[in-house]
Design a protein around this ligand. Structure first.
Ligand SMILES: Cc1ncc(COP(=O)(O)O)c(C=O)c1O
Length: 443
């Protein structure tokens, strides 16, 4: 037995693999990672073309982050959230500065799901209303409240919270309302207005959306959609809750994705790129009016975790944000992202299995079809956890040294924001090779 099989077998025996059949899980044993690459126990190097779970925005092994970790660990790792710390104070101030509009005050947790749990609770405490609108093709996290917002197949077995209403998706390639943009009058948004009328605005706290849907296929809304949701929220006195867990921190070429449409949400949740995934941290930032509400006598902020406002995590997030700034990464993504999109559209010309290419910045989806005319997908929602063609493509790609995440029927191309053209070309070349697997299965 070599080193590799030992530890994989050990992990399989004692540690759960996430979101999968346990027995068929056959992970690579990874030992090291640096820049845009990670390396397995046998020394084979892989290009990270999806930033792991679309979270390693700064790549791997940042010397500045390592320095912060060691300096802060030598000073103070953890103190109860009832105390103040310099990293938490500075990070709160920094987030208020880089987020749009008057988003001001932050609650810190340890990841995206917790950030959304806080968003749900804050929205309910602030409005005194309980219902929330989310969408079918969405993912907001695995915990009880967040999985209730979620509409994707991972809701399987979830014991959720009551009061969640699902709205139709903004998915122009397969419009759930059978319309075609731009002649649709953004009916998917208008239908949300209808839902509000029927459910009663007096019962609904807010609408929760990923500004570009991530792990349900990189669904980019048309330019009118998010501004229309903002209008509906204002007209009906609901909160707009923006889940930027995957899209935040430069991923789409702006600090936060919602800035593409000049919209300011009432609550924004974040995680992943907040620390560059070097260390866990989640955050829920709210507008001044919500912050002020909790300053009023009697309005208790009734929420918290042992690890809220963790000093070590806050210090790393500050360094990560400084890295985005010092390396001009938002501008880099904006510029190089155009070429990345162009390369992917060129691939579409060459591969009959590509149905649609969509995205922004370093956040792209390649949706595959068996037939470009009928748009028949390779993988349906109910086949997500079964062996399928997209999983075969990701496996072939890793075999060739490039890691590409697949989600239901879409491949996610989301390299670390530090990736240069050479690395992008390397990933695109391998993607082109492995797409031949799907081409052969086309009708
Ligand atoms: C948009 C979105 N929200 C929330 C989450 C949950 O984050 P976490 O896995 O850190 O709990 C994810 C995770 O992928 C996500 O993509």
């Amino acid at each position: 037995m070599n080193k590799n099989t030992d530890y994989v077998a050990l992990e399989k025996k004692y540690v759960f693999g996430t979101w999968r059949q346990q027995r068929s899980w056959n992970p690579l044993l990874i030992e090291e990672a640096a820049g845009c690459y990670f390396t397995d126990i046998n020394g084979k190097k892989y290009l990270d073309f999806s930033s792991q779970l679309m979270c390693s925005n700064l790549g791997h092994k940042s010397p500045k982050v390592i320095n912060t970790l060691s300096k802060q660990a030598n000073k103070l790792c953890y103190i109860a959230p009832s105390f103040a710390t310099i990293p938490a104070a500075k990070l709160g101030e920094k987030l208020a500065a880089i987020t749009p509009g008057d988003l001001q005050k932050t609650f810190f947790s340890l990841g995206g799901a917790e950030a959304n749990e806080a968003a749900i609770k804050i929205a309910r405490m602030y409005t005194g209303k309980t219902k929330l609108i989310s969408r079918y093709r969405s993912y907001h996290g695995a915990t009880s409240g967040a999985i209730s917002l979620t509409g994707d197949p991972r809701t399987h077995y979830a014991v959720g919270i009551p009061g969640i209403i699902r709205a139709p998706d903004c998915y122009c390639y397969r419009c759930p309302l059978g319309k075609e943009y731009p002649n649709c009058d953004i009916s998917c948004a208008e239908y949300i207005d209808e839902i509000i009328k029927m459910e009663g605005k007096q019962n609904i706290a807010g609408i929760v959306v990923e500004p570009i849907v991530g792990s349900n296929g990189i669904l980019v809304p048309p330019k009118e959609y998010i501004p229309r949701l903002r209008e509906i929220c204002d007209e009906r006195e609901l909160l707009l809750i923006d889940d930027e867990v995957m899209t935040g921190f430069g991923r789409t070429g702006t600090w936060f994705c919602i800035e593409h449409w000049n919209v300011v949400p009432d609550i924004m949740s974040m995680a992943k790129g907040l620390t560059g995934a070097f260390i866990p941290l989640g955050a829920t930032i709210v507008k001044k009016k919500i912050a002020d509400f909790f300053d009023e006598e009697g309005n208790l902020f009734c929420h918290g975790h042992t690890y809220s406002t963790h000093a070590l995590c806050c210090a790393v997030a500050l360094t990560a944000i400084q890295e985005y700034i010092d390396n001009n990464l938002i501008e880099h993504v904006k510029q190089v992202g155009v070429t990345l999109g162009k390369r992917l559209h060129e691939l579409k010309e060459e591969h009959k299995s590509i149905g649609e290419v969509r995205g922004k910045g370093f956040f792209w989806g390649v949706e595959l079809v068996k037939n470009q005319t009928t748009k028949e997908p390779f993988v349906t929602r109910s086949q997500k956890f079964l062996p399928n063609t997209l999983k075969k493509i990701s496996a072939a790609s890793i075999e060739k040294g490039v890691y590409i995440v697949n989600v239901i029927n879409t491949l996610i191309i989301a390299p670390p924001l530090i990736a240069d053209m050479e690395q992008i070309d390397e990933g695109i070349r391998v993607l082109g090779e492995v797409l031949k697997i799907a081409d052969k299965e086309c009708m």
